[in-house]
Design a protein around this ligand. Structure first.
Ligand code: ATP
Ligand code: MG
Length: 753
């Protein structure tokens, strides 16, 4: 293993040899709010794989801290996926909810240490006061509460005395930390909701940042492996464990790049939408990128494990071509499964010089001669071939049956076309043919040359089956919405024909239907009366052709199969990233920190470039994208956003033109996150246009001054800082709509007269 070791295994080996831990303990910690997908398979392979390789243990832990979205059916699906992939979690499945009492006690301990406080500010205020990358946050006025008051409030939160959102428990860390995650992160929130395991016992629930590190600690996890979005949360992870003074050995967090696959959506939220809105037939629909979906489709666990192994473990996000996954299943089945004859779109062929019937011995594994296994294929006067295997006016390079060109029936005889029968509309309904009795495959003395062999079945012996032809769920390489769904992702053939041995002998559940692809006996709908087969994958990558020629090389799976591995912690910029960084700092005058974030993140930089095309406001766009857009991506753990780069440009344009204030822009942005509505529409609908007209603002200023005579006195006595107070009050009175510049000037004037 040491040869091809990834960076996580390198860390584990180092820790073991340094004696940091006696045994490696990892965990796979899904939230049971959806069926696990292929991205989870990667995480399962990493966590369980490392535990296996170093003779340690991997816990399966349901990270069930959000009662409103979770369900036991998802717990079962997760267990099923891990088991199916061949991993073993041992005696217990763990649940974060089992630790609720302990977590509560830890929170109380933090409060007693003066390290946590109950904040009663609104969600919006909290968000606003967090500041930005370039601007320090502001600590909540509630942070000064006494320990006693905090303890009392927290207990009453637990008892259910408050409504959702009324209070929240926060860590007291640092409101000007460069890492925004450390700006007094939220630890506990109120949620009056029924939990799938704890019922109504709790109405406060720990946040990820608090629950995760402590659950790891409680379980004795050594290596807490998660995806890159949590990189900045690592500081909180450490802060919690260190502040509570928890004994060593303690867990450490390590991040790797999440798996993204083109033509595929992977967020559970999006997958849930597909299920709920009926775009697929449930979580295990064979088109879904869920483990249950792949399983139902006929993917083998080996193909999934191989895929996870091939893509490797990297520290930089990248997109994997779905063709690589398809390659893995094809590659696995190629040598394993029997090859049989089916006809999906039958065209009748009558062999005029043949009577009766006979059986032809044919190997199931013709490509692998030593592999045993044959069946009898009945041959008779009336056959069916695939309609497209006959052409009356063949295009150049057509190697199959034509009026002038004989063809071999796979495993059987050579036939030649004598007459084409058509109906009144001119559709071909039958081919009258003749066979060459001395052309039997393997014993051919006819001397007739053919260019190909085609599949066929005997009309009288063939069995009728339903065949479900599945294709990629999305037609778009980077699917964003339901509009990108592939309308042809499922075609059902109600009456396809199959050679009888498949149904009567049942040599396997997976087959290669010769020249058609790989198929799987549907594990749920298949019955002897009505056999049903799912198409797993075609024999070739039919999508590669559809793509632009220059992309062809990219999708060649064998080349893609190269492992991508990057070692080390703080990686240097790649040359492309460096180029971007230089452009951003030198040409666009971004500060180094912002430029660094953009340059390192391909998604964000693309988003940024796209926004720049519509609006030449490099600094304003960079700030919102690295700060707010990045936050949304992190919170959703997904780059599938409701808003577009162009809409962000529209938003900043309004700020630049002073149509709206910065503060209102934030409010509009929050709305865009939720609704995806156009910013200009939001501003219009909610009447958020900035007020710059002195005639409107002056009366408000007068009103504020009149209501605060004490502060006016103090100001006049020399406390000039109080002008800020008045400005603030005026802005507040206008709901943040007043133009701060104008207010500043007018307030200064009003106070000094
Ligand atoms: P989603 O955004 O799809 O809902 P998630 O990250 O919220 O996924 P969890 O159930 O919280 O899903 O994740 C369980 C584990 O699987 C976590 O450790 C997470 O990092 C990992 N994981 C989730 N998606 C991927 C992915 N695409 N690639 C690799 N690991 C993933
Ligand atoms: Mg999640």
């Amino acid at each position: 293993m040491s040869e091809n070791k990834d960076f996580l295994r390198a860390i584990v080996e180092e820790d073991l040899s340094a004696g940091k831990y006696n045994e490696v303990v990892t965990r796979f910690p899904p939230e049971p709010n959806g069926f696990p997908h292929i991205g989870h398979a990667k995480s399962i392979c990493i966590n369980f794989g490392i535990a296996r390789d170093y003779k340690g243990h991997c816990n399966l832990r349901m990270d069930d801290t959000n009662p409103t979205t979770e369900d036991t059916k998802y717990v079962e699906a997760l267990k099923d996926a891990v088991q199916w992939l061949g991993f073993d979690w041992g005696e217990n499945v763990y649940f974060t909810s089992n630790y609720f009492p302990k977590l509560y006690a830890y929170a109380v301990q933090l409060i007693k240490m003066g390290k946590a406080y109950v904040d009663s500010a609104s969600e919006e205020e909290i968000r606003e006061n967090r500041g930005t990358v370039t601007q320090d946050g502001k600590r909540s006025i509630y942070a000064n509460r006494s320990i006693e008051e905090n303890l009392d409030l927290f207990e009453r939160m637990k008892k259910g005395e408050f409504k959702d959102g009324e209070h929240i428990l926060r860590a007291k860390i640092d409101m000007s930390a460069a890492n925004m995650q450390l700006r007094d992160p939220l630890l506990y929130r109120i949620r009056h909701a029924n939990h799938h395991r704890t019922g109504d016992e709790w109405c406060i629930y720990p946040m990820y940042d608090f629950a995760h590190c402590l659950s790891d600690y409680i379980e004795g996890i050594t290596h807490s492996i998660c995806t890159l979005e949590f990189e900045n949360n690592r500081d909180i992870y450490n802060w919690v464990l260190e502040t509570l003074g928890l004994e060593k050995p303690r867990p450490y967090q390590h991040e790797f790049a999440r798996l993204g696959i083109n033509y595929t959506v992977m967020s559970k939220r999006k997958l849930l939408e597909l299920v709920q809105e009926g775009h697929v037939n449930g979580w295990d629909d064979p088109r879904m990128p869920t483990i249950a979906g792949y399983k139902r489709r006929g993917y083998t666990k080996e193909s999934i494990l191989n895929f996870c192994d091939q893509i490797g473990i990297a520290k930089a996000n990248s997109m994997v071509d779905v063709a690589q996954l398809e390659f893995c299943i094809r590659d696995d089945l190629n040598t394993k499964v029997p090859r049989v004859l089916t006809v999906l779109d039958p065209l009748k062929v009558t062999i005029e010089n043949y009577e009766g019937s006979q059986e032809i011995d044919a190997p199931y594994y013709p490509h692998d001669v030593p592999k045993e296994g044959t069946r009898k294929v009945p041959f008779s006067k009336e056959l069916y071939i695939e309609r497209e295997d006959f052409s009356e006016n063949p295009p150049k390079g057509f190697y199959r049956l034509t009026p002038d060109q004989p063809v071999r029936l796979r495993h059987g005889f050579i036939i030649t076309c004598k007459e084409v029968i058509k109906d009144e509309q001119g559709n071909i309904t039958e081919i009258k043919a003749e066979y060459y009795a001395n052309s039997q495959s393997g014993n051919d003395t006819s001397g007739i040359k053919v260019k190909s062999a085609i599949q066929w079945v005997s009309a009288q012996h063939a069995k009728k089956v339903e065949v479900r032809l599945y294709d990629r769920l999305y037609a778009n390489e980077a699917p964003e919405s339901l509009e990108d769904l592939n309308p042809d992702s499922l075609e059902v053939i109600k009456e396809a024909l199959i050679e009888p041995a498949v149904i009567t002998d049942k040599p396997d559940v997976r087959f290669q239907f010769e020249r058609q692809g790989y198929f799987y006996a549907d594990p749920i709908d298949y019955t002897d009366e009505k056999p049903v087969f799912n198409k797993i994958v075609g024999l070739k990558d039919s999508w590669a052709k559809k793509k632009a020629p220059e992309k062809k090389t990219e999708s060649a799976p064998k080349q893609q199969a190269k492992k991508e591995m990057i070692h080390g912690e703080a990686e240097a910029l790649t040359s492309i990233q460096q180029e971007l960084f230089d452009k951003y700092t030198k040409e666009l005058k971004l500060n180094a920190e912002v430029a660094n974030i953009l340059a390192r993140d391909e998604y964000l930089s693309n988003f940024y470039e796209e926004a720049l095309v519509s609006l030449n406001s490099p600094v304003g766009l960079a700030n919102i994208i690295t700060n707010d857009v990045a936050r949304v991506i992190k919170e959703n753990q997904s780059t599938e956003l409701k808003f577009t780069a162009i809409q962000i440009a529209q938003l900043i344009k309004m700020v630049d033109e002073e149509t709206i204030s910065n503060k209102i822009a934030k409010q509009v942005f929050e709305e865009m996150i939720q609704s995806g509505e156009n910013p200009t529409k939001i501003v219009e609908a909610k009447e958020l246009v900035q007020i710059s007209d002195p005639a409107v603002i002056l009366p408000i200023i007068e009103d504020v001054i009149a209501k605060n005579p004490d502060n006016l006195e103090k100001f006049k006595a020399g406390n000039t800082k109080l002008s800020g107070f008045f400005v603030g009050q005026v802005l507040k009175a206008t709901g943040g709509k007043a133009n701060p510049k104008v207010v500043n000037q007018l307030v200064a004037k009003a106070l000094n007269t």
